[in-house]
Ligand binder design. Structure first.
Ligand code: HC0
Length: 568
């Protein structure tokens, strides 16, 4: 242990601790901008500088490790003056449009400017005048707002191993740019949106489509129907002042009716349906010596990744569309028929934790219903803004239930939102279908948790099935390299593009650290435990859709509406 003093407080911390972390232990917050708790230290913004007795220069708290007897002062007049000057220098080339910035009141720079009482600036405003990048349907870049902290580059290159962003220029000219200065759409960006969570300001954000939504609900000729993705309920409360996981589903549904939706249904219904289709596909591949390991196909950032970086492995992907797209195809066919609504009038809106879902919905091949299957995708953050815009008081709102035919779901669908959840849901069903036995314990805990790659072996009455789960594309890459080398021991692999799974999706409330992602995962398993039915094949509306419409898993109608092909 190392003994030191910070602002006159004596403490003892483990060797190797930084001043930043040591100060946290005694309740002193040192400001940061380039520092990110889940990334390597960069120490380029210098906002965390402190005085260390005996050192002629101020030291960056994020990179300086404590020494025996060290005396640190975190808020002396010189330190405060230096931090103010750093903020003023940043503001000297940062747009001053906080009021209409998408990160207004959720911006780390704005918060520090307020904390340090910056009232004026000796450095005149000089912007680079860089153009916005709106080349993708998912993500918008506003490079003039970039403060060159490099957190997005780390998220993209180190965590996701996509390398769509890079550092460009030096000194005042330094900035972050898509590789080769190309528009984002031409870089191999998979649109996962992890850069948005990493960005401390509004330089990268989702392509906000709230105006399109408001126009649709105001149109008397449109029947506006929504689906809610599995990971949204756990996080949406964070947008309206609740704790993680605290939004009751029936109040969430009521809020969605309040903002103008005509019908509220659930992606969880098609998550259960995916298990029936994907589970049967796995069994077919195992029986008929099909391409193995089979890989899940529901995370659109992952699909973009495999199409770009591992096109030789596309035959390993399940042919199942994602639950979002299965829902899109069914709402304008099966559901329209059940409800006696003209499909051309249906405007289908998804509420997703994911920025890549906007791209998936816009894929030209996603029109098996005879129309664009999903018309609009709103992220959790956008729905949070709608709830605030409509002034909804969730303490007072009357609860409401899902509409029929595609609104019922099981605990197996709920856990889709967490890494390992699709695998666990599949195992709950595949086990019972193959063995004919009822599972006494439906909890496959080996595939749960935040470990980067998880694996398990399940004995299906003599047939041993080896499975693996990866979250975050850097982890996915490790499994893919193994498959490409012909060294994969697995039969079935689940990949989710985002760390933690969809609960950490690029469209979720801004999440700086994995601690919040873990809280959301816990909330998912609490909801699963509380579900009266926890296996997809026991969902009564799933039984109904096979009886009335699809007839059998992997049947003709399923192939037409629920399965797809991929493009290298
Ligand atoms: Fe997911 Fe999904 S679980 S990808 O993470 O499978 O976005 O929440 O909606 O489609 O269901 C995201 C979340 C989904 C899909 C589902 C899958």
């Amino acid at each position: 242990m190392v003994n030191l003093s910070i602002d006159g407080i004596k403490l003892s911390v483990a060797e190797g601790t930084t001043i930043l972390d040591a100060a946290k232990e005694v309740g002193i917050r040192i400001p940061t901008l380039c520092h990110h708790p889940d990334q390597a230290v960069k120490a380029n913004c210098r906002i965390c500088v402190c005085e260390v007795e005996g050192q002629p220069l101020l030291q960056a708290a994020c990179e300086t490790q404590v020494n025996e007897g060290m005396v640190v002062r975190t808020h002396t007049p010189q330190v405060i003056k230096t931090r103010k000057m750093i903020l003023q220098l940043i503001l000297g080339h940062h747009p001053q449009d906080c009021l209409n910035c998408i990160r207004n009141q959720n911006c780390e720079l704005q918060a520090l400017v307020e904390e340090y009482g910056i009232r004026d600036n000796p450095f005149p405003l000089k912007l680079k005048g860089l153009p916005e990048d709106r080349s993708t349907v998912s993500i918008v870049r506003e490079p003039d707002k970039c403060i060159a902290c490099r957190r997005c580059v780390d998220a993209c290159s180190v965590i996701q191993t996509v390398n769509a962003l890079c550092i460009e220029g030096r000194g005042y000219e330094i900035g972050i740019s898509p590789v080769m200065g190309k528009p984002l759409a031409e870089t191999g960006c998979v649109l996962c949106g992890q850069c948005i969570h990493a960005c401390p300001v509004g330089a990268i954000s989702e392509n906000e489509q709230i105006d399109e939504f408001l126009a649709a609900v105001a149109d008397p000729d449109k029947v506006v129907v929504t689906q809610i993705a599995p990971a949204v309920r756990e996080a949406i409360g964070e947008e309206v002042g609740m704790a993680t996981g605290d939004m009751p589903m029936d109040k969430f549904v009521a809020g969605l009716r309040r903002v103008g939706l005509d019908y509220v249904l659930h992606t969880n219904f098609t998550a259960d349906l995916t298990i029936l289709e994907e589970g049967n596909e796995l069994l077919k591949r195992l029986k008929e010596n099909g391409t193995l390991p089979m890989m899940t196909s529901c995370s659109p950032g992952w699909i973009n990744f495999i199409e770009t970086f591992y096109p030789d492995l596309l035959d390993n992907l399940s042919t199942c569309k994602s639950p979002q797209q299965m829902f899109g195809a069914l709402v304008k066919t099966y559901w329209a028929e059940k409800m006696n609504i003209e499909p051309s009038k249906i405007y289908s809106v998804s509420i997703m934790p994911c920025t890549a879902k906007k791209f998936e919905a816009a894929r030209p091949e996603m029109n098996d219903s005879g129309f664009q299957d999903v018309d609009l995708v709103l992220t959790t953050r956008e729905v949070g803004r709608l709830f605030r815009m409509f002034g909804i008081d969730f303490d007072k709102i009357e609860p409401s239930q899902f509409d029929p035919w595609m609104g019922q779901y099981t605990g197996a669908a709920v856990i889709f939102g967490a890494t390992g959840g699709v695998m666990e849901a599949a195992l709950r069903t595949v086990y019972e279908v193959v063995t004919g036995e009822t599972l006494t314990d439906v909890n496959f805990t080996a595939v749960r948790g935040f470990e980067s790659i998880k694996e398990a072996e399940v004995d299906l009455k003599g047939t041993k099935v080896k499975v693996a789960v990866a979250h975050g594309l850097g982890n996915a890459r490790k499994l893919m390299d193994q498959v490409r080398a012909g060294e994969s021991p697995y039969h079935f692999i689940e990949i989710m593009a985002c760390p933690g799974g969809c609960i950490g999706g690029g469209g979720q409330p801004i999440t700086k650290s994995n601690i919040k992602r873990k809280e959301r995962i816990n909330a998912i398993y609490v909801e699963d435990e509380a579900c009266p039915i926890r296996k997809s094949h026991e969902n009564p509306e799933i039984t109904q859709i096979y009886e009335d419409f699809l007839k059998e898993p992997l049947g003709h109608k399923s192939h037409q509406l629920l399965h797809t092909t991929y493009k290298p």
